[in-house]
Design a protein around this ligand. Structure first.
Ligand SMILES: [Zn+2]
Length: 405
């Protein structure tokens, strides 16, 4: 008979096992003594928990480095080939997919271009399924397939993956999470952990776990794509808002005299610093030109292109000053095309940030992503690992073998 105490002890053991695996996944190899210090558990408990993770194939233990003073502590490391997830960054004009192993390393990736105006949800699901098949063929032999994570440039209900509104994809109320789960169920007969999230929320997560926000508790990530998305981490946790729709800073109204936004309002921040704003102001002939094209035109001395970048710098700095006042972040990460624009306008941006209240602005730094263009992709991988990291043993026991497909 399972008593209340036994069940509590089991829960505690499960929680501690999960904490150790999460630590190893996020920071990589560690000495057993580091895990003891990190967890506050005693040596023998850590030893037992690590052995259980090793039996499940998730970690390996090797002797510590020779030449250390005293008894060498065993070195524990995650096994990237033991468990994999498939991560997607679903952009307006392309889909990027990666197979990612435990520990966060990329094992394989592919990018598919598609038409901006023609990406219906059913087509997106077909494309995602085809890429999942390709990714699974590249998975290491015997790997457990434990999750799928998808980043979408829109407002997403985290609980069930309902895309409420992705104006730049032309999607409204698309139950993407549910569609993906049913498609996986009918193809594989079982479903790993599925997560569908806002692209900027995932960018914030990845930069917080593995990028320029590692030491910070308060991080804002801006994704500069066709639109501008925002992900906010407050005191180490994602700020979701009542319905999970918080952080849509691209739709802060900054210019009442500005142009109409796809969301229906006028003068949103993204109508001044989004991709389309830059391309329009640079007067490039090709409507599908990229921000890189604008930057190249500016470098070739196009006056409108230079003015477009200068204006984006002004509006970017103004918006950042507001974010600094509202959220008091330690780091603001400029992702997507903002990563390319910022180095050209950093002095303008930082001058505008001076408009923020001194106490808050002194604590804020503006950075480009450590993960370059891949913050959302790696954030999607982190979200996909969430099931395994919450309860490693149960997920491994129930998981699909990637190569069995
Ligand atoms: Zn808007």
């Amino acid at each position: 008979m399972v008593t209340g105490t036994a069940s509590t002890q089991d829960d505690l053991r499960r929680l501690n096992r999960a904490r150790l695996l999460r630590r190893l996944h996020e920071v990589g190899a560690a000495r057993r003594s580091d895990l003891v210090a990190f967890s506050g558990l005693n040596r023998s408990t850590v030893g037992v928990l690590v052995s259980e993770l090793a039996e499940a194939g998730l970690v390996t233990e090797a002797a510590g480095l020779p030449g250390q003073v005293g008894r060498p502590s065993l070195r524990v490391q995650p096994v990237p080939e033991s468990a994999v997830v498939i991560a997607f960054d679903l952009k307006v004009e392309s889909t990027i997919v990666a197979l990612v192993g435990l520990g966060g390393g990329e094992l394989w990736r592919r990018e598919l271009r598609h038409e901006r105006t023609d990406y219906a949800p059913a087509e997106a699901i077909r494309s995602v399924l085809s890429l999942i098949r390709q990714a699974l063929r590249r998975a290491p032999e015997g790997a457990a397939w434990v999750g799928v994570g998808v980043g979408v440039p829109g407002v997403v209900d985290h609980a069930d993956g309902l895309v409420r509104l992705a104006p730049n994809l032309g999607w409204a109320d698309v139950p993407l999470g549910q569609m993906l789960r049913s498609a996986l169920e009918s193809e594989y007969g079982c479903v790993p952990h599925v997560s569908v999230s806002n692209d900027a929320d995932l960018g914030a997560l990845a930069e917080h776990v593995r990028g320029v926000g590692v030491q910070a508790r308060n991080v804002i990530y801006l994704s500069g794509e066709v639109g501008i998305g925002g992900g906010v981490i407050i005191d180490g946790r994602p700020m979701l808002g009542a319905g999970g729709f918080g952080g849509e800073v691209g739709h802060m109204v900054v210019n009442p005299q500005g142009i109409e936004c796809r969301c229906g309002a006028r003068g949103c921040w993204e109508t001044e610093i989004g991709r389309d704003a830059l391309v329009r102001a640079a007067r490039l002939r090709d409507e599908d030109a990229s921000v890189s094209d604008v930057i190249a035109a500016a470098a070739a001395d196009s006056k409108p292109a230079r003015a477009a970048i200068d204006s984006a710098g002004q509006w970017l700095g103004l918006g950042l000053a507001n974010l600094v006042n509202v959220f008091n972040p330690e780091v603001i990460v400029l992702g997507g095309h903002l990563r390319l624009v910022y180095p050209l306008v950093s002095s303008t941006v930082l001058r505008q940030v001076q408009l923020a209240m001194p106490a808050a602005r002194e604590q804020a730094r503006v950075e480009v992503p450590a993960l370059n263009a891949d913050s959302t992709l790696f954030g999607a991988a982190e979200a996909a690992f969430e099931g395994l990291l919450a309860d490693p043993m149960a997920v491994i026991a129930a998981s699909v073998h990637a190569t069995a497909s």
